[in-house]
Write a protein that binds this ligand. Structure first.
Ligand SMILES: CCCCCCCCCCCCCCCCCCCCCCCC(=O)SCCNC(=O)CCNC(=O)[C@H](O)C(C)(C)COP(=O)(O)OP(=O)(O)OC[C@H]1O[C@@H](n2cnc3c(N)ncnc32)[C@H](O)[C@@H]1OP(=O)(O)O
Ligand code: FAD
Length: 671
């Protein structure tokens, strides 16, 4: 059907792809709008009001400014102080990690610390490391990692920024050829950094050699002004992380010397010959590192949120179970425990997951850097990708559950749950959007599955695909059996194995029907993502179990963590029960036993819930929450913080005299 409505928003510059989509509509949009409005007359009236209200400069909803300058200034002041203390006390990288964690909500120099420096460490030569790292550690050079562009973030092959080698001068010339090639998003780029690692397409003599990292000085080291050919700015306010100056960058014929291309794995000789060691993807090593770090940040986010919500749930009393009885702690409600304890268990599961992925990262980078052995890189990439995605998906969901568990007070900024939540949710997108990352893992799983069918050996994380699951029968016969870690692990592995096979079968069905590989991949991609999620969950659960079996701790601690681990594994089974049943991992009767045991464990966890949170040992200043303080004095804290609110500084605010009083007078005069 033709598009009979001509929306007022349509401008001659409307995107052509969007126009085309509108042309495929099969119904009259204006008629549907009238139905939604409640009739033609109401639509007309709404339109009249729209033209009156939305063009009024005072009422313009675009005016939602926050004081970015103040936030930026405050966090930079803190970052500068951290560096001062770092140098004064000679803090190690491990010390810095702890300090950044305790400062939590202020990462003014986060990208410098977490991406710029690690990128030089991983991709630079010994000479480049010696040249830049000492200066970076003392903040003489402050850097950003400038990869994402306005037009492309995920598809790195689509990046448009160019670095063209000129043999006559021995220089690279960097350019932003189009609007969409503008760097867009890099943290610290807008105002803080004086250097950038710019990820650009290398061109030599008219031939493209793929994405490489180039060290580009952006600002004068004397007065911080921008150098010729460089334009930067802030991309504007975001949902969270307001203290970071995520920026844009336009490069116009910026020249840098040949040794400013990070050359640990790829080189350009003076006469313009390109050579490389290992796979093209080795340039992605910094991303793998940050993805592993994100598992750690997800752990931070959930462990902080659950500490706040659990302490609050112990301190808060509301309602009674039986009329006339005293009010109960809200943690007595089973439904409340069912909000808190999955988050508590997930925090511990993610703790062991981040330990494992970081250990693997260190092992594999050592193999790469010391022996030029790239054998383990695909597995590491696959694991970092799915764990980054699973952990950040989980943390953003669970932090929100914790916030809601605190009722109305959870909505206050002073609870600090909203800030933890919005900051944390950034990492579902940053460093590789989660769906895209799950698809990367799925790619590895499909290859591994194919190898398993050919009887080839598989690396540790996918070895379960080689197991013969056809005769597997879940041994659960009683609620007690559900506590066994080997049983729980096998239930998860069997389901993961089924999901991988199901996705592989879907892919094969499409290919057999004549779809080209890329079409088949897209059509099977929902199943592929499901398989990667199942794989990630199985890994996290099995790793939790294995880590406990190797943990050097007393029996009381092992017992408590073991219960938590069983609960975590069972909870995931209940949440995704359809898949476990479909996989034949468990039967309907076994599902019921698992459900009973899962719920029974709430009472077992309950006596240790606060202590398990206390063990994270967050300082009250780090948690910065009126609800989550160690002493549980919630109401005093809420009232104290409210009193400090800027609106409460004056009994009658100037705004009253400015806006209300004169209006009252004007309205009265009209009567
Ligand atoms: C953000 C604020 C965070 C606040 C959090 C608060 C928590 C508080 C806690 C504590 C405090 C700590 C301090 C915090 C300070 C925070 C500041 C720093 C934050 C930085 C955040 C983010 C920065 C960024 O986002 S940088 C940009 C990241 N960009 C991406 O990730 C791009 C995503 N795209 C890709 O990776 C690729 O293009 C991809 C994988 C989608 C596709 O690759 P490609 O186009 O090459 O093609 P394919 O054909 O699909 O693959 C070819 C081949 O390569 C393999 N491969 C792909 N990637 C990799 C890799 N990385 N490593 C190894 N191998 C790889 C792939 O599997 C294929 O292999 P085959 O064998 O051919 O199958
Ligand atoms: C807080 C924050 C900080 C950041 N910091 C930096 C930084 O310091 N440096 C830097 O370079 N960048 C940074 N980024 C950018 C970030 O890396 C990208 O936003 C991210 O990689 C996602 O890319 P995109 O924005 O292009 O999303 P898109 O790729 O456009 O994603 C949009 C949607 O398309 C889907 N999609 C895209 N491709 C595929 C596919 N192949 N298959 C299926 N679905 C697909 C995605 O799943 C998603 O739903 C930051 C981003 C954020 C939010």
């Amino acid at each position: 059907m033709a598009y009979t409505k001509e929306p007022d928003q349509l401008s001659i510059k409307t995107n052509v792809d969007l126009l085309k989509e509108r042309q495929t509509a099969t119904f009259d949009v204006a008629s549907l709008t009238q139905i939604l409005d409640g009739g033609k007359a109401k639509t007309r009236r709404r339109k009249q009001l729209e033209s009156l209200v939305l063009s009024d400069p005072t009422l313009n909803p675009l005016d939602r400014s926050v004081d970015r300058l103040e936030l930026y200034d405050r966090s930079l002041r803190k970052a500068a102080r951290v560096y001062e203390l770092k140098v004064k006390h000679n803090w190690s990288p491990e010390d810095m990690k702890m300090v950044l964690r305790m400062l939590n909500d202020e990462h003014a120099l986060g990208v410098h610390e977490v991406m710029f420096i690690p990128c030089i460490e991983r991709l630079g030569t010994a000479a480049q490391r010696a040249k830049w790292l000492p200066r970076a550690h003392t903040l003489e050079i402050i850097g950003t990692y400038a990869q994402t562009e306005l037009g492309h973030g995920t598809n790195l092959a689509g990046l448009e920024t160019t670095a063209t080698y000129e043999p006559s001068s021995g220089q690279f010339i960097l350019n932003t050829p189009t609007l969409s090639a503008m760097k867009w998003w890099p943290g610290n780029l807008a105002k803080t950094a004086n250097h950038a690692l710019v990820l650009a397409q290398l061109w030599i003599a008219g031939k493209k050699f793929g994405m490489q990292a180039f060290m580009v000085q952006l600002r004068s080291l004397e007065d911080h002004t921008l150098l010729p050919g460089i334009e930067t700015g802030d991309i504007g306010p975001k949902m969270g992380v307001p203290y970071t100056d995520n920026g844009y960058l336009i490069l116009k014929n910026v020249r840098i010397p040949r040794d400013h291309m990070l050359a640990g794995f790829a080189k350009v000789s003076a006469d313009g010959q390109f050579s490389k060691v290992g796979s093209d993807q080795v340039n992605y090593l910094t991303m793998v590192y940050v993805r592993a770090k994100i598992v750690d940040w997800a752990f931070n986010g959930v462990s902080e949120a659950v500490t706040i919500a659990t302490r609050y749930s112990a301190a808060r009393r509301q309602g009674s179970m039986k009329p006339g009885d005293p009010e109960v702690q809200i943690m007595d409600y089973m439904t409340q425990q069912y909000k808190l304890f999955p988050a508590l268990a997930a925090a511990y599961a993610l703790f062991f997951a981040k330990e494992q992925i970081m250990k693997e990262y260190v092992r594999v980078t050592k193999e790469i850097q010391e022996d030029s052995n790239f054998k383990s890189l695909p597995e590491l990439h696959s694991q970092a990708a799915c764990l980054k995605s699973f952990s950040s998906d989980s943390s953003s969901h669970l932090i929100e559950v914790c916030r809601r568990a605190c009722g109305g007070h959870g909505y206050l900024i002073s609870a600090n749950l909203s800030t933890i939540g919005v900051d944390n949710v950034s990492v579902v997108t940053a460093e590789g959007e989660n769906t895209v990352m799950f698809l990367q893992t799925a790619r590895y799983l499909m290859k591994s599955f194919a190898k398993s069918t050919m009887g080839q050996p598989l690396p540790a994380t996918v070895q379960y695909l080689s197991r013969d699951w056809s005769s597997y029968e879940c041994p659960v016969r009683s609620e007690r059996d559900c506590l066994n870690h080997n049983v729980i692990s096998d239930i998860h592995l069997k389901r993961a194995s089924y999901l991988v096979k199901r996705a592989a079968d879907h892919l094969q069905r499409r290919l057999s029907a004549g779809d080209p590989q890329h079409v088949a991949w897209n059509r099977a991609s929902i199943d592929l993502v499901t398989a990667a999620v199942g794989h990630a969950q199985a890994f996290v659960v099995c790793n939790f179990c294995t880590s406990l079996s190797q943990l050097d701790a007393d029996t009381q601690i092992l017992e408590v963590l073991s219960t938590l681990c069983s609960f975590y594994g069972l909870h995931l089974i209940i949440k995704h029960s359809g898949e476990f049943l479909e996989a034949g991992s468990i039967s309907g009767n076994q599902l019921e036993l698992i459900r009973r045991q899962e719920q029974a464990l709430l009472a077992v966890i309950r006596p240790n819930a606060v202590a398990l949170c206390d063990a994270f040992d967050y300082h009250d200043v780090t948690l910065n929450s009126a609800l989550g303080g160690y002493d549980g004095n919630v109401y005093e804290e809420l009232y104290g913080r409210a009193k400090q609110c800027v609106l409460n500084k004056t009994e009658v605010l100037p705004s009253y005299y400015k806006h209300i009083q004169p209006l009252q007078r004007r309205l009265k005069a009209r009567l």
